[in-house]
Design a protein around this ligand. Structure first.
Ligand SMILES: [Mg+2]
Length: 266
């Protein structure tokens, strides 16, 4: 098959999957934020969802028996500030540790708080003052951002943090794009999606994401669910479908809104 025909076949397969998904009685649309709805930017707090994507989300939440949720690695306060989504959109932050459903918040035990302190001192000890390295405080841990650091600094700082934490029990490491996160609880986006699915009694889920951490959620899909990987076609994924970038995600969401409107969910 030529590249063009392969791309057309993939697009047809995705459209077919969306057509089937649109018929589900109660639909959950769960979306990663950065790199999925919002193009990647250097300054994390300047990330914004594409207007086209926000428009599609507004159409979807206006439909009957249709819920939209953002499932992000960001902490809830950051996600709330940049998401700019309607109040009906559910938010899951910190890879599923923080959930804004029915005003419920998760807090850490004394032991987990003490362990988080260890992570904090090791990470700040290794990263503070290093060019291009940024430490992000998260509810259940800390994240080491190296997007703006050179390769040597990245390697040194990562090694120092790893060595400082490798023997600490109950510390979970998670790798993302130019970010490595250490947390006192191992939850993933699969947990976030599972909690949302239950909360809204979804009969099928669309999940779209671009990062390594999204694979947890993509692997957890089954049955009538549809998984979409966002990004270059050589990235490994558990998703059955792929799109290239956030613009394609926005088109996909509009297509789903069209289909669901035609099926009488308006
Ligand atoms: Mg992302």
């Amino acid at each position: 098959m030529t590249d063009t025909t392969a791309a057309e076949a993939a697009q047809t397969a995705l459209s077919d999957a969306l057509g089937r998904l649109a018929t589900t009685p109660r639909l959950l649309v769960a979306l990663d934020f950065d790199g999925t709805l919002a193009p990647e930017v250097d300054a994390a707090m300047e990330a914004r969802a594409l207007p086209e994507a926000l428009d599609a989300i507004r159409r979807l939440v206006a439909l009957d028996a249709t819920t939209v949720a953002l499932v992000s690695g960001r902490d809830m306060s950051s996600l709330t500030r940049i998401a700019e989504t309607p109040d009906e959109v559910l938010l899951v932050g910190s890879h599923g540790i923080e959930v804004r459903v029915d005003g419920h918040t998760t807090s850490l035990t004394e032991e987990e708080l003490a362990r988080r302190e260890v992570i904090s001192s090791v990470m700040h000890g290794a990263a503070d003052g290093r060019d291009g390295v940024f430490v992000e405080e998260k509810p259940a841990g800390l994240a080491l951002h190296t997007r703006l650091a050179d390769a040597e600094t990245t390697r040194e700082v990562r090694a120092a943090v790893h060595d400082g934490l490798v023997d600490v029990a109950g510390v979970h490491e998670r790798e993302g794009k130019n970010v490595r996160e250490y947390a006192v609880r191992a939850t993933g986006k699969d947990d976030g999606v599972a909690r949302l699915r239950e909360a809204v009694h979804a009969t099928a889920v669309l999940f779209a994401g671009d990062d390594v951490t999204d694979e947890d959620a993509l692997r957890s899909l089954s049955g009538a669910d549809v998984g979409v990987k966002v990004g270059a076609s050589d990235l490994e994924t558990a998703a059955a479908h792929r799109v290239g970038d956030p613009w394609a995600v926005a088109r996909l969401l509009h297509e789903l809104a069209d289909l669901r409107e035609h099926l009488g969910h308006a």
